[in-house]
Design a protein around this ligand. Sequence first.
Ligand SMILES: NC(=O)c1ccc[n+]([C@@H]2O[C@H](COP(=O)([O-])OP(=O)(O)OC[C@H]3O[C@@H](n4cnc5c(N)ncnc54)[C@H](OP(=O)(O)O)[C@@H]3O)[C@@H](O)[C@H]2O)c1
Length: 327
Amino acid sequence: MKASPPPAPPAPAAPTRIAINGYGRIGRCYLRALHESPHRADYRVVAINEPADLASIAYLTRFDSTHGRFPGHVDTTPAGLLIDGEPIAVSHATTPEELDWAALGIDLVVECSGQYGERRGLQRFLDAGCPRLLLSHPGNSGADVDATVVVGVNHRQLPADARLVSNASCTTNAVVPVLDLLQREIGLEQVLLTTLHSAMNDQPLIDGYHHTDLRRTRSAMQSIIPVSTGLARGVERLLPALAGRVKAKAIRVPTHNVSAIDMVLTLPRDIEPRASTACCARPPRAPSPACWPGPTNRTPRSTSTTTPIPRSSTADRPRSAAPACSA
Ligand SMILES: NC(=O)c1ccc[n+]([C@@H]2O[C@H](COP(=O)([O-])OP(=O)(O)OC[C@H]3O[C@@H](n4cnc5c(N)ncnc54)[C@H](OP(=O)(O)O)[C@@H]3O)[C@@H](O)[C@H]2O)c1
C-alpha cells in the first residue's frame, strides 16, 4: 500500500497590509522601523498619504539627518516609492474622503499626521473605507479611541473589535512601564513628571510666526521652551489607579531626538533607593521583547539613544534615587 503523502506545511499568513497617513518625522520612522524589524515579512507598507511631493518624500526617506541613510534601496515610479523593489503607492490627499482606501486592500492605517484627535475626525477614515486605525498619538482623550495600548503594559488586553487604537504618546510609552512596575511593587501616592523633549516640526528653526503659542514662535535651536502636555491624563488613562495623583510638565529642548523624563515620586513608605531601581529590572506585566523598562548603567543621552535600542523605555540607574526614564 502506498504511504499517504505528508501533510502540506501551513501556508504562510499573508502580510498585514498597511497605509501610513502623514509621512513626517514619525511616519518616516515607522517605515524605517518596520524595514529594520525582524518581523518585517509579516507587514507590508503598501501606501503613504502625505501632502508633500513625491520627490521630497523619496529624498527624506533616503536621507535622514537624525537616523542616517535608509537601510535599503529607495526609488520612485510615477505611482509612488519603490523600496527594495516593493511598490508603495503615494497620494497627497488632505482629507480622508479624497482617497479610496478600500481599493488599497489595506488591513490598517497608521495615522501619523496628528491632525485627527477627535473620534468624529477619526471616524471619517472608517467611513471612507479604512478597516482600522492605529494612532501614533493619544488622540484628544480616551473616549475618542476604542483602546489605548502601551506595549509591555496592556497590549495583551487589546479587544479584537477595537478599530480606533492609540499607541499613546512617546512619553507615555517611556514612563508608564516604569510607573506600572513601581505602583505594583511599592505603591505610589503622588507622581510629578517633567519631560525634556527634543524639538519638533511645530517649532521654527529661528524666531518666526509659526504658532499661536508665543513660546513656540521662538527659535527651537536656541530655546528651552515650556509647552503644555497631556502626559498626566495619558498616564491616568493607562493606570487609572493613579487618577488625580499625576502632574506633568513638558519642556522642549534643542536636541533632535529622544525625550528624558524626570520623575519625582511620593511613596507610601521609606524605601532604599536601590529598591526602586531593582524593581525596574523585573519583567513587565505583559512580557514583550519590544518593551522592558530595564535600568541602564549608561547615562541616557539624546545622542546615544539615537542609535536603536530594543526598548521603548530606559530607567537611568546610577545617578538618581528614583529612576528617570528616556524614550
Ligand atoms: N516627533 C515625536 O517625537 C513624536 C513622538 C511620538 C508621537 N508623535 C506624534 O505623532 C504625530 C506626528 O508627529 P511628527 O513629529 O511626525 O509630525 P510632523 O513631522 O509634522 O509630520 C506630520 C506629517 O503629516 C502631514 N499632514 C498634515 N496634515 C495631513 C493630512 N490631513 N493628511 C495627511 N498628512 C498630513 C504633515 O504635512 P505638513 O507638514 O505639510 O502639514 C507632515 O508631513 C503627532 O501627533 C505627534 O504628537 C510625535
